[in-house]
Design a binder for this molecule. Structure first.
Ligand SMILES: C[S@@+](CC[C@H](N)C(=O)[O-])C[C@H]1O[C@@H](n2cnc3c(N)ncnc32)[C@H](O)[C@@H]1O
Length: 232
């Protein structure tokens, strides 16, 4: 619980992460292209966005006046205020829920066409991540799509080595965050980030019953991966 409080505290300072998005430090632009492609496969659709933050990705990925039923879940109230603004233009309902997504998944008794988990699962312990993949599979519609993107360590790297490597990149390259912003970010990463490998992510999704699992993006510094999986 203390761990989750730290995560919530960090993401209440939403302006730091907003700067990460604006500067494309975590490849949100590439992610928007991927999510747009998936959304475009549906004429109208429901979306469940777990750890949605400010819903920047979905807000940017909906083109035209496609009918959307959007549900976003996040523990950071600050981020949800921005989500409301980013989703203002959508044709449909935007339901924003200020809750832990693990707890919220237990309250969901319907299916969604697209489920997104972006840069948030790494805050959970390994066993909870596995249970999370199963819960997602349980609420994914037939022919639905799961879009999962997160930090991902190399097979032989320890979590501490991965976090150290990423923190060095933040300290040296994420200059737009300023000194305080980079310090807060690296402290958060060292305290709260629990990276897993590609094998762990693939196995977790497969065991949960997801199929056609494909990695559609990996950044050139081997830190972030984007997956698409299906339920059919
Ligand atoms: C790095 S941000 C990612 C935001 C967005 N998904 C994106 O792709 O940019 C992580 C988000 O997950 C939220 N979060 C972390 N743990 C959570 C939990 N257990 N339940 C709900 N939200 C959580 C944080 O508050 C934060 O908004």
């Amino acid at each position: 619980m203390a761990q989750q409080t730290n995560v919530a505290k960090f993401f209440e300072q939403w302006e730091i992460y907003q700067s990460v998005i604006v500067n494309n430090y975590m490849f949100h632009s590439e992610i928007v292209d991927i999510v747009t492609n998936e959304i475009d496969r549906f004429e109208s659709l429901s979306i469940l966005d777990l750890g949605c933050g400010d819903a920047y990705v979905v807000g940017k990925s909906i083109t035209g006046d496609k009918k959307v039923d959007y549900h976003g879940v996040d523990i950071s109230n600050a981020s949800l205020q921005f989500a409301r603004e980013n989703l203002q233009g959508i044709n449909g309902a935007a339901t924003l829920i200020n809750n832990d997504f693990v707890a919220e998944l237990e309250n969901i008794h319907r299916a969604f066409d697209i489920i997104i988990s972006g840069y948030t699962l790494h805050h959970l312990e390994a066993e909870d991540k596995k249970r999370f993949f199963s819960s997602v599979a349980g609420v994914l519609a037939e022919r639905g799509v799961f879009i999962f993107y997160d930090i991902e360590k190399e097979p032989k790297e320890t979590p501490a080595d991965f976090n150290e490597r990423c923190c060095n990149i933040v300290a040296n390259r994420w200059v737009s965050l300023g000194k305080k912003g980079t310090e807060n970010t690296t402290t958060h990463m060292k305290e709260s980030d629990k990276p897993e490998t590609e094998a762990f992510h693939r196995e977790g999704m497969k065991k949960a019953g997801l199929s056609a699992i494909r990695k559609v993006f990996r950044d050139k510094d081997d830190r972030y991966s984007v997956y698409i999986a299906e339920r059919n």
